[in-house]
Ligand binder design. Structure first.
Ligand code: HEC
Length: 99
C-alpha cells in the first residue's frame, strides 16, 4: 500500500515536471508512441539494454537515423519542428536508465 502511494506521488510529480520541461514535452508528443513500449523493435524509453547497441553508433549517427527515418521509424520521428539539438536531447533523455 505504501508503495502504491509513493508511486502515485512520483507519477504526480513527473506530470508536473513534464509540463515545464520542453524535452519531456516533445518526447510525449512524438517519440512516446513507439518508444514507450518498443513498437517494432524501437529501443525502449529508459532501457539501458535496448540503448547500448544504439549509443555505440555515436550520437551524430543516431540523430541522422531519426532525421532520415530508420526501418519502421518514419523520417523525423513524427517531430517536424525538432532541431538536431532537440534530437540529441531526446536521445539522451530516452536512453538514460530509469531504474
Ligand atoms: C512510428 C514509431 C516511431 C516514432 C514516432 C519514433 N520512433 Fe524512433 N524508432 C522506431 C523504431 C521501430 C526504431 C528501431 C528501428 C530498427 O532498429 O529497426 C527506432 C529507433 C530509433 C533510434 C535508434 C536509431 C539507430 O540508428 O539505431 C533513435 C535514436 C530513435 N528511434 C529516436 C527517436 C526520437 C528522438 C523520436 C521522437 C522525435 C522517435 N524516435 C520517434 C520507431 C519510432
Amino acid at each position: 500500500m505504501k508503495r502504491v502511494v509513493v508511486g502515485l506521488l512520483l507519477a504526480a510529480i513527473s506530470v508536473i515536471a513534464s509540463a515545464a520541461d520542453p524535452v519531456t514535452d516533445r518526447y510525449n508528443k512524438a517519440c512516446v508512441v513507439c518508444h514507450a513500449s518498443g513498437v517494432a523493435n524501437a529501443p525502449r524509453f529508459g532501457s539501458a539494454e535496448d540503448w547500448k547497441p544504439r549509443l555505440a553508433k555515436g550520437i551524430d549517427k543516431l540523430v541522422l537515423s531519426v532525421k532520415n527515418g530508420f526501418n519502421a521509424m518514419p523520417p523525423r520521428g513524427m517531430c517536424n519542428d525538432c532541431s538536431d539539438t532537440d534530437y540529441q536531447a531526446l536521445i539522451q533523455f530516452m536512453s538514460t536508465p530509469k531504474k
